[in-house]
Write a protein that binds this ligand. Structure first.
Ligand code: PGA
Length: 247
């Protein structure tokens, strides 16, 4: 199964649902539809209405983050995995670099993953090296640390997806070379197999994915799908990614 996940970040109002509706109409008629899953992570404000609208349809809704506690607490403006699940989301991103740079620590990420899974949300756990790590040839060790500090065998690997997003690639138009990305994806899967045993969870790529460069990414068979930011705000651009992936 491949994944195409649209991460809207701080974008969207109620009527933006027409973007998802167009993607849904495309998906319904696409001959490849059984091969992949489409998930969108709109902002918290839209999760409930979008999840209701797509309840019996194929598009799944997730949140972009969750708070590191289970249900209710006295943390102003925080939204827990329980609250997210109760309004109809099925997934949540955890550890996106935007949130890491705003202060997500390993201890927080560990709790986010744990409580999200406990509340039956599938977790898209984001990792990625920054420009300096890359320049210092630290990519592999940084990724390993990000994985082994949070993921552990007792977690349900069927509910975990890893998204590899080099920080230097997010929103910049810069992407890794084919060889680089293949090696890195294999490295990530090797670590995941060490943690979880035989079969690795799905590993996605994220960072400036568009309808053009997806033609290169699709040649890397180790990649199980994509986390798409900028291009997910336009139905046409998002659909082009899927079309060109299967062309
Ligand atoms: P981008 O964002 O596709 O705009 O680079 C990806 C992400 O941040 O998930």
């Amino acid at each position: 199964m491949k994944y195409f996940i649209g991460n809207w970040k701080m974008f969207g109002v109620p009527k933006s649902i027409n973007i998802l509706d167009k993607v849904n109409s495309f998906h319904k008629k696409d001959k490849n539809r059984k091969k992949y899953r489409v998930i969108f992570t709109p902002p918290f404000t839209l999760i409930e209405s979008y999840a209701k609208f797509f309840k019996n349809k194929k598009i799944l809704i997730g949140s972009q983050n969750c708070f590191q506690k289970d249900r209710f607490s006295s943390n102003t403006a925080a939204i827990s995995p329980y609250m997210i699940k109760k309004v109809g989301a099925n997934y949540t991103l955890v550890g996106h670099s935007d949130n890491r740079s705003e202060g997500d620590t390993d201890a927080m990420l560990k709790n986010k993953v744990f409580f999200a899974l406990k509340n039956n949300l599938k977790v898209v756990f984001c990792i990625g090296e920054n420009k300096i790590d890359k320049r210092n040839k630290k990519t592999f060790s940084v990724l390993k640390k990000q994985l082994i500090s949070i993921l552990e065998k007792k977690l349900d690997k069927k509910k975990i997806i890893v998204a590899y997003e080099p920080v230097w690639s997010i929103g910049t138009g810069k992407i890794p070379t084919k060889i680089e990305l293949q090696k890195t994806t294999i490295h990530i899967k090797k670590i995941l197999k060490k943690i979880f045993g035989k079969k690795s969870p799905a590993v996605l790529y994220g960072g400036s994915v568009d309808g053009n460069n997806v033609k290169m990414f699709r040649e890397i068979k180790e990649i199980d799908g994509f986390l798409i930011g900028g291009a997910s705000k336009s139905a046409k651009k998002f659909i082009d990614i899927i079309k060109n992936y299967y062309r």
